[in-house]
Design a protein around this ligand. Structure first.
Ligand code: GLN
Length: 287
């Protein structure tokens, strides 16, 4: 009788890869292998804990190995598995689009809370990326007429695919807020939302490799924040209806500076904090 070749199990893989990722300085090592293994076995992450002794087949190992290798090079988990969950939507992501963040879900929640009873708003998302914001809004408020613009044609392709996958009828088109005449969305609008690139390039070095080496530079970094937000505010001032709303995601270190860009004669604007208690949003209403 030949000796049985040692088999990989769920547990031995979790332990081995956690250690491997730790040595490579991968953030959240245990979480990373749980995610990749759950994806490979097509089970929920928590269910892995009911299957510790389950052996991994050669095919499963073939699927898993390249994913582990990619993660060991700091590639974000969401790009490896190809999607992330955002509110009720499943959002496909790739290196052309920023991975939706939890703060941005909170921004969507604030909007939904404040406009719950309004059934026919016209909404524009500036710098839509994967399309997560307008798609999540449309899924909760199917009566709203929702548009998304982005400067990146490749991001728009992903956004359109996401709208289709989630059965959310959102119109996406190309537009650059720094050249507002390029924006062809009809006005007046009731609500504008934007999570523009807001990290000054000098902060790049302090970011995790999984962010700075993989996510699209044009979705993350912008050196003249005042210029960016001033363009959005001036566009919103022109296109919003009286009493229309502007919702912005902002960098926590520049909240007062951005708030000061709002002319008190024309706007009521305030800062709102995120779940980490950092000043992360500006909520403004046009007079
Ligand atoms: N919140 C993102 C981050 O911290 C940045 C998003 C943005 O620039 N709009 O990585």
């Amino acid at each position: 009788m030949s000796k049985k070749v040692e088999e990989w199990t769920v547990l031995s893989m979790l332990e081995w890869a956690t250690d491997f990722f730790e040595k490579k300085n991968i953030p959240d090592p245990r979480h990373s292998i749980e995610w990749l293994l759950a994806e490979t076995l097509n089970v929920k992450r928590l269910d892995l804990y009911l299957k510790f002794d389950r052996p991994l087949s050669p095919q499963e190992l073939d699927t898993l190995r390249p994913m582990v290798k990619r993660r060991a090079q700091h590639e974000p988990l969401q790009y490896i598995v190809g999607f992330t969950d955002f509110m009720n939507a499943r959002i496909l992501v790739n290196e052309q689009v920023l991975i939706p963040r939890i703060e941005t879900e909170q921004l969507v929640e604030i909007i939904l809370d404040e406009h719950q009873s309004q059934e026919d708003l016209t909404v524009l998302d500036i710098g839509t990326g994967s399309g997560c914001i307008p798609i999540a809004l449309k899924m909760e408020q199917p009566g709203w007429d929702i548009y998304g613009i982005d400067i990146s044609e490749k991001a728009l392709n992903t956004a359109r695919e996401n709208a289709e996958q989630n059965d959310a009828n959102v119109s996406f088109s190309k537009g650059n807020i720094l050249a507002p005449e390029s924006i062809t969305v009809a006005s007046p609008l009731d609500l504008i939302v934007s999570n523009p690139p807001y990290i000054p390039t000098e902060e790049k070095e302090i970011l995790e490799p999984q962010v700075k080496d993989y996510e699209p530079t044009e979705a993350l970094f912008f050196d003249d924040l005042e210029k960016m937000y001033r363009s959005i505010i001036s566009f919103a001032g022109e296109k919003l209806t009286t009493n229309g709303h502007l919702y912005l995601e902002i960098h926590e270190n520049y909240s007062q500076q951005i708030l000061a860009l709002f002319d008190g004669q024309k706007w009521s604007a305030r800062i709102a904090n995120d779940y980490d208690d950092k000043p992360r949003f500006i909520i403004a209403q046009k007079h």
